[in-house]
Design a protein. Structure first.
Ligand SMILES: *[C@@H]1O[C@H](CO)[C@@H](O)[C@H](O)[C@H]1NC(C)=O
Ligand SMILES: *[C@@H]1O[C@H](CO)[C@@H](O)[C@H](O)[C@H]1NC(C)=O
Ligand SMILES: *[C@@H]1O[C@H](CO)[C@@H](O)[C@H](O)[C@H]1NC(C)=O
Ligand SMILES: *[C@@H]1O[C@H](CO)[C@@H](O)[C@H](O)[C@H]1NC(C)=O
Ligand SMILES: *[C@@H]1O[C@H](CO)[C@@H](O)[C@H](O)[C@H]1NC(C)=O
Length: 224
């Protein structure tokens, strides 16, 4: 760029000198009456300043253009990455060994124990025994059971009211879900491939815990 400016300068002065004969013919009021060489000098200076301004202007626009391009590029990158993570339906994550089902993370125990033990184990895992909202959810959970095992859920008999009660305090809607078996003292509910059944709470069964999924971690936070 420096080279360009210097070259232009010399060129201009040359041009001015070559135009000597025509210089004095300029109107007097422009150059305010000084001899022709002062006038030429002024014209040269003006040309040089003009060229400098043009060069500076061009440089600035080139810099701005480059910045614009890189901004567009990076925003395109962010957009892409957003699609990779938040654009898909699996934007929710479960811990290892937990399965995502609808809006829940489910844990299927490998060992068997009493209902009360299951309650405590889920609590230790910062979760609760499975709650089932409706027949649809029942079917979805059953699809994840690939064996003949029985799994405790968060439903037992409240003796005082003689009603099935979820561990969140709500009573079972018996219109929506049916429990097979007796309703007697110390009864708890398990889920199997065939439905929901009551059984003595001290029986050893496997169990299912549920907890809220967490939003998947966006791995490109440092993108911008
Ligand atoms: C990203 O998502 C936007 C809107 O959600 C969509 O218009 C665009 O096509 C998606 N791009 C890709 C690469 O999936
Ligand atoms: C359930 O277990 C807790 C401790 O984990 C105990 O305090 C409680 O008595 C037990 N309840 C029943 C009904 O077994
Ligand atoms: C408790 O869980 C049951 C089964 O999912 C649900 O129908 C009920 O609305 C819940 N109650 C509360 C207070 O969250
Ligand atoms: C039934 O569950 C409640 C908690 O929802 C608990 O307090 C009660 O001891 C349980 N009953 C039995 C027989 O385990
Ligand atoms: C019980 O379930 C039935 C069938 O799903 C539903 O129509 C009804 O509104 C439910 N009752 C309550 C109190 O949630």
């Amino acid at each position: 760029m420096d080279r360009q400016v210097i070259y232009a300068d010399l060129n201009l002065s040359k041009g001015s000198y070559l135009e000597r004969p025509s210089a004095p013919s300029l109107p007097r009021d422009i150059c305010q009456g000084p001899p022709w060489h002062q006038c030429a000098l002024k014209l040269g200076c003006a040309g040089m300043i003009l060229l400098s301004l043009i060069v500076i202007g061009l440089s600035i626009s080139v810099i701005l253009l480059r910045q614009n391009l890189s901004v567009e590029e990076s925003s395109a990158e962010v957009q892409e990455n957003r699609n990779e993570t938040t654009g898909k339906p699996d934007l929710l994550e479960c811990p290892k060994q937990w399965q995502l089902l609808q809006e829940k993370c489910l844990f299927f125990s490998h060992t068997s124990n009493t209902w009360n033990y299951s309650l405590g184990d889920c609590s230790k895992k910062e979760s609760s025994l499975l709650l089932i909202q409706d027949p649809e959810e029942l079917t979805h959970v059953q699809k994840l059971i690939h064996n003949e095992f029985l799994f405790w859920i968060g439903l037992n008999l409240s003796l005082s009211e003689n009603k099935w009660k979820w561990i969140n305090g709500s009573f079972l809607n018996t219109t929506a879900l049916h429990i097979f078996g007796y309703t007697k003292e110390n009864s708890c509910v398990y889920i199997s491939l065939t439905g929901l059944f009551s059984e003595d709470c001290d029986t050893d069964n496997k169990w299912i815990c549920q907890k809220e999924p967490k939003p998947a971690i966006n791995k490109v936070c440092s993108g911008s």
